[in-house]
Design a binder for this molecule. Sequence first.
Ligand code: COA
Ligand code: AMP
Length: 628
Amino acid sequence: MGWKEEWERAARDPEGFWMEQAQAIDWEVAPTQALCDQGGPVQEWFCDAQVNGCWNAVDRHVAAGHGERLALIHDSPVTGSVTRITYAELQDRVARLAGAMAARGVGVGDRVIIYMPMVPEAVEAMLACARIGAIHSVVFGGFAAHELAVRIDDARPKAVLAGSCGIEPSRVVAYKPLLDDALAQAEHAPDFCLILQREQARAEMGPRDVDWHEAVAAAEPVDCIPVRGDHPAYILYTSGTTGAPKGVVRPTAGHLVALDWTMANIYDAKPGEVFWAASDVGWVVGHSYICYAPLIHGCTSVVFEGKPVGTPDASTFWRVIADHDVVSFFTAPTAFRAVRREDPEAKQMAGHDLSKLRNIFLAGERADPDTVEWIGKVTGKPVIDHWWQTETGFPIAANPVSLERLPIKIGSPSVPMPGWNVRVLDEGGQELPPGTLGAIVVKLPLPPGTFPTLWNAPERFRTSYLDAFPGYYATGDAGMLDEDGYLWIMARTDDVINVAGHRLSTGAMEEVLATHPDVAECAVIGAADPLKGQVPMGFLCLTKGVDRPEAEVVAECVALVRDQIGPVAAFKAAMVVDRLPKTRSGKILRATMAKIADGETWKMPATIDDPVVLDEIGVALGRLGYPR
Ligand code: COA
Ligand code: AMP
């Protein structure tokens, strides 16, 4: 069967379609039905099953006789090491780590925060939580102490698992002082912190800190504990419109079923083959495609601790693909833009045999046609753009190359996957004809593996995703479907921006800037950037009577965002302006400001309060060299 038949089958009979896919998973108690109504605003999946995520990702492969197969390859150019871990070794390491946590009181439903660099222990930490039914919440290492504190207070973890440091090309980032700072800021206190000491920056240990290696060496291995199908596997915080991150809740069973389906139908990786997602465990790509999906499917997953350039150069991607016989490679377009900028003719590919590589997958941000064409030209491989979100956990739209290789339309992430009934609506909720731009929504129910709520915020779940278009999930993206059913993703409909494949909230940055004593009002927009896709840009209106050099205030604001949100925000450009452009009802015209910064054509909004302010913004941007 091809894509269309499968899509129609899933739409006509979601129950039958997903029960069939569920056969790929090992159940302690098999589900009696796929869809279930738990009384929440959306339907859930496989609720009455009993299952364990770690068993499906690790133990079952050992039980099936594949214990000697490689589960993880940690390739770390920043430390000059490559470590290979078989499924049998992984089982032992994870069972002991789970034992170390269980012995300290972590059990089913307890939360565990993981704040770690790209080392195998980060994946093991996630799996160890799954093994004992604890709910993990990984926080990306590039976030500052304050962001970590916000997540600690929301998730209220029993334990924090952290590395002593991460290694960036230009510096060693000591994580432990950031963790200590976060715990000092947070109201909630975990019972203990398990600290993985790394030689590059050993951490000073405090009274609640436990040495990872010692604890694991002394621990008794524990078995997998089956949990209900709708038990949360993890919480992953992502950026929304305000400074408070949204805790996306991922249920266990649906996530196992859906991810396995994607490996077999989209990512073209067979059990025993090597799959590499060059992302970070702190993002959804890392959850789904560094940790869970490749392992559930019995593949070998590459855990890469490095960057596309600078570790040591632009040959790194090619080297890793060749050294480990990678068949499917997944990264964000920005990573390839970085490679191309350094090595436009891909001369550094020489000597690296890419013959095993079958497909290159791109997601996380818009894949600009220029970059897609360049990758295709220099590698000779199919370049598959696909579109999804933290909320969805796996692709909404893709080219399902192992099910049916559809024609590629460069600039489009291709077509909706089975389970995804995608529509484009106008503001009034009316469906728009092909080729017309509107809000991209998904008719409920969402497929398994998505999210039934936000952690501690069921009301926000409704208002953010369900209220705008009753009966539909609002993706927050705008775009269109064409005559052939291909999707075109054009822009976000909210104040989320995408910086180097990292999803960030301009609202969160504005909240931080507003705390500066000299800032009366501010706005942050995403301006187009040739490397990172977008970069944040701040507009500051100073408090009356402030009599200091503007450059000083700007520098303090830049430092403030780095200190409060983290280096990942890449907030480096800000300017002082007299006024912000607003509608008569007081809404700041951020989208129009972004168009001016990018040199795009723009229309004077009919509701603008004072058109002259937009001229002033243009002049201020001009002083910084925008549009570029
Ligand atoms: N821990 C601590 N700091 C981190 C970090 C981490 N895990 N990850 C990033 N940072 C810091 C960086 O050191 C940098 O700090 P600086 O301002 O002092 O230089 C800042 O955060 C921004 O990092 P990054 O976004 O990586 O930008 P970069 O300029 O260093 O590199 C790219 C640019 C394009 C090479 C890089 O962004 C990249 O590889 N992107 C791929 C994106 C990706 O994997 N996205 C996931 C979705 S698929
Ligand atoms: P995240 O939740 O961090 O994965 O970010 C999700 C958002 O990134 C989406 O809502 C889109 O705005 C954007 N995005 C992800 N993949 C693509 C893609 N292939 N094309 C265009 N935008 C994308």
